[in-house]
Write a new protein. Sequence first.
Length: 111
Amino acid sequence: MSPPYFSQAATTSEGWVFTHEDGEPLSPSYLTHKFNDLVEEAGLPPVRLHDLRHGAATLMLLAGEELKTIADQLGHSSVVLTADTYLSVAVELGLKATAGRSACLKRKTKA
């Protein structure tokens, strides 16, 4: 059974995801506090709720999702903001992956 503070997890006609029983949105500080409690209860290392947003965006990018789709999901007004924020991560990971593949493909030199 879901904890009571997740019982209202549904999008309202106003677009809110987490609300009080009367439909009013929960405050961001309340959600942050509850998230921190859950992280601690689960024995996870400290992580900010906002870090999940960055993680999701990075995973979408690495999965090959279009920048426009990622920008829309994040609510960015411009693809440029998304590109400026997340392309450096993809380039860095891509370089590491390429180096790893290159190491596997190097020919052994004859002694």
